[in-house]
Design a protein around this ligand. Structure first.
Ligand code: MG
Length: 389
């Protein structure tokens, strides 16, 4: 075998990727793209998906969208962009260890939040309420809508024309009603089947990322205290060890070191337990993965600790009165924008007006969902502040 690097052996020739497990998603079992395209040159189909996602408009907007905090509150907090990068990092580490398709988990991780509204969950709940009479609003479905339809940058098709397995991973949840309208991508919800292991992994990596960075951001914002977190097993166990090893450590570094160890524990546990689950279920093909129960999972002990941390964050951070005040304002902004645009579609930018003629409410929801936090606030000011022209 030649030792020359691939580009000297005659392009195109793909670099050898680490060997995939037979049940991983790969070139042999992908269901491909909706629109036929020539095979990519010098990269795999899933690398191409990832690249299309990174170059999309919706991806760039993630920089100015937030999950819990509002974007202008501080430069140190996570945005959906940095969150998505953290998810991809965690998911790729585990994927490599389990011989899953690293390119696919990366693509899913980077795309999983593309459909999120401004102002995190508050924005999404408000938009869902506005859209109740028009089929509702689900952010997972919206992420799929972004990559299937709303991105308009290719000459031959709307959307990014991603592979089935990337789209399937993006559509984490979906109501049965919507699943029935989605064709083959909605099938698994109706047949109660699982998605690929890569999709399952991106989903759990999302959870690991947000629980841990919300601890970090919660402490940094002052909404959470170390004393409160010391009541949570997963945090307390690592904090005690850190303080035993480094008694003089200042609080900020102690928190970073603790969160770092928490992430490590979760990632290692997830890898080990998932490897065990896979060995026990012994799937031979991707179809057998789909028919098996969820295989990417924490051990029961860590699952319980992770659930405890989640409960803690819901009570102490997401329902904190300062977050609630922001949430209520976000709800008002989204609802008022929706009402104004729906009453008078002429207020929409010209490119959105065209779609508003056939599906007025959905066009308004797409426009609002695409906004960043600060853009939504600016639009609200432009439409409602009497002293703003
Ligand atoms: Mg997420």
């Amino acid at each position: 075998m030649s030792r020359l690097p691939p580009f000297q052996q005659g392009f195109p020739r793909l670099l050898q990727v680490p060997e995939l497990a037979p049940y991983a998603v790969g070139p042999h079992n992908t269901r491909g793209r909706r629109e036929r395209e020539a095979a990519p040159v010098g990269r795999s189909e899933f690398q191409r998906d990832r690249d299309r996602i990174i170059h999309s408009t919706a991806f760039r907007r993630l920089e100015y969208k937030t999950q819990v905090f509002v974007n202008h509150e501080g430069d140190l907090f996570r945005t959906r962009l940095t969150h998505s990068l953290e998810v991809a990092q965690i998911a790729r580490s585990v994927a490599r260890n389990l011989q899953l398709n690293e390119d696919l988990v990366e693509a899913i991780s980077l795309a999983h939040d593309l459909g999120h509204t401004p102002f995190g969950h508050a924005g999404q709940d408000a938009l869902h309420r506005c859209m109740q009479p028009h089929g509702g609003f689900e952010h997972n479905l919206q992420s799929l809508r972004v990559v299937d339809l709303l991105e308009q940058r290719y000459a031959a098709f709307d959307g990014l024309n991603l592979c089935f397995e990337t789209r399937e991973g993006i559509l984490k949840h979906c109501s049965l009603k919507n699943a029935r309208e989605l064709g083959c991508i909605g099938e698994r919800f109706i047949k109660r089947k699982r998605p690929s292991l890569e999709a399952q992994l991106a989903n759990v990596a999302d959870e690991i990322a947000y629980n841990n960075h919300d601890v970090d951001d919660g402490l940094r914002s002052g909404l959470l205290t170390v004393a409160q977190l010391a009541q949570v097993k997963l945090f307390a166990r690592h904090m005690k060890r850190v303080l035993r090893e480094y008694p003089e450590l200042d609080e900020r570094r102690m928190v970073h070191e603790t969160v770092r160890r928490m992430i490590s524990t979760l990632v290692i546990d997830l890898t080990r337990q998932s490897a065990k689950n896979i060995a026990r279920a012994a799937p031979r093909t991707l179809n057998e993965v789909r028919a098996a129960p969820a295989l990417i999972a924490f051990s029961p002990t860590i699952q319980a600790q992770q659930a405890e941390l989640k409960r803690f964050l819901r009570l102490k951070l997401y329902q904190h009165y300062e977050v609630a005040r922001m949430t209520s304002k976000a709800r008002r902004i989204i609802t008022e924008l929706f009402t104004a645009f729906q009453a008078d579609p002429q207020l929409l930018p010209p490119q959105d007006q065209a779609r508003a003629r056939t599906q007025p409410a959905r066009a308004v929801a797409d426009y609002i969902a695409g906004m960043t936090d600060r853009y939504a606030m600016r639009e609200h000011r432009i439409l409602f502040a009497v002293d703003k022209i």
